[in-house]
Design a protein. Structure first.
Ligand code: P6P
Length: 327
């Protein structure tokens, strides 16, 4: 489709007759993100900078914008008749919506909150599942593997407000046109290069990593004189949405691996509304996404807020890291 196609037109072009395409819900999410973008752009002018003085289920201090974004999504999407219920990083329990709804929406309303106060890109991540059971909604309805997603995507609030989504028919990118208020198509069927010279990881945690991650990063750092025989660049924005967006735009590998600071936790990032939606996008764009040893999208979903170790991006790099984990 041509540049300038709106997000709504694009969803329709994918076949709105397909019961598995949550067309109206995707539009509701996009509309909610337009409202969140307005809050983000205002920043201190809207009095939304800083901590809300509360904590979330993750034990993290909630920023005012975390709560505002969460409430915008609940309000905007809760009216959608096709939506049975929602789950959020910011809410301990599920949020029932419409009794006859057929879809489930999971989201991290504002990922990368530590960047809000310093004007660095942040984003909203969303995942959509089908409600597979009849009867009242329960948390179990949400506990589906990543391969069961019918759609996923994110909106990155950066120099541009850009929406990226997939329904399993490729990955497509739209930028918000402030003149018309529409998300306009800028790129269709995005594909990630299988090779890269750029890796993203929080290097301050190096002493806590497991051996396979240390081996991979050491080889990157050894550069052209080392076994990889090429120089690597490193990036770390501390905002998964921004790091994944860069990878979808120019390749790369993103790692938030298990580390020994809290051995009982499999990782920092959350499976249901961070790793699974991003993995769907990355795989649809020809990349790979593992927890070190296994494909993230096939991991069993046991708890709504379960955590996972994440290695995703350019396929040949992810395959190499996986090989080191399986050695
Ligand atoms: P660290 C943001 O809080 C987040 O969940 C991801 O968006 C990001 O990649 C990661 O945590 C950053 O973690 O430990 O580097 O601050």
């Amino acid at each position: 489709m041509s540049q300038g196609t709106t997000f709504t037109q694009h969803i329709t072009s994918l076949g709105s007759k397909d019961a598995n395409i949550p067309a109206s819900l995707l539009v509701s999410v996009a509309n909610a993100c337009k409202l969140i973008a307005k809050q983000v752009e205002q920043g201190a002018l809207a009095g939304i900078i800083g901590s809300a003085g509360s904590g979330n289920v993750q034990g993290e201090t909630q920023q005012k914008l975390d709560i505002i974004s969460n409430d915008i999504l609940l309000e905007a999407c809760g009216k959608d008749a096709t939506l049975a219920g929602m789950a959020s990083e910011e809410m301990e329990t599920i949020f029932p919506a419409n009794k006859n709804g057929s879809f489930l929406l999971l989201f991290d309303p504002l990922d990368g909150s530590s960047n809000i106060d310093v004007n660095v890109s942040i984003g909203t991540i969303f995942s959509i599942l089908k409600k597979k059971t009849a009867g009242d909604l329960t948390e179990k309805d949400f506990l589906q593997a990543g391969v069961d997603q019918v759609a996923s995507g994110y909106v990155v609030y950066g120099p541009q407000t850009t929406l990226v989504y997939t329904t399993g028919q490729g990955v497509h990118m739209f930028t918000l046109d402030h003149e018309t208020g529409e998300f306009l198509l800028i790129k269709e069927n995005i594909q990630i290069s299988p090779d890269t010279k750029e890796f993203a990881i929080n290097m301050s945690n190096m002493r806590h990593w497991d051996q396979p991650v240390k081996r991979y990063v050491d080889e990157c750092l050894a550069g052209v004189e080392g076994t990889r025989q090429k120089d690597f660049n490193m990036r770390w924005i501390a905002s998964m949405v921004a790091d994944v967006h860069r990878i979808l735009c120019r390749g790369g590998v993103f790692m938030y691996p298990w580390d020994k600071r809290d051995p009982s936790k499999p990782g920092k990032l959350r499976l249901m509304y961070e790793a699974n939606p991003m993995s769907f996008l990355i795989e649809q764009a020809g990349g790979a996404s593992v927890n070190g040893k296994e494909r993230i999208m096939t991991l069993p979903a046991e708890k709504l807020h379960q955590r996972v170790s994440v290695v995703l991006g350019s396929k040949n790099e992810v395959d190499l890291i996986q090989k080191y984990h399986q050695a």
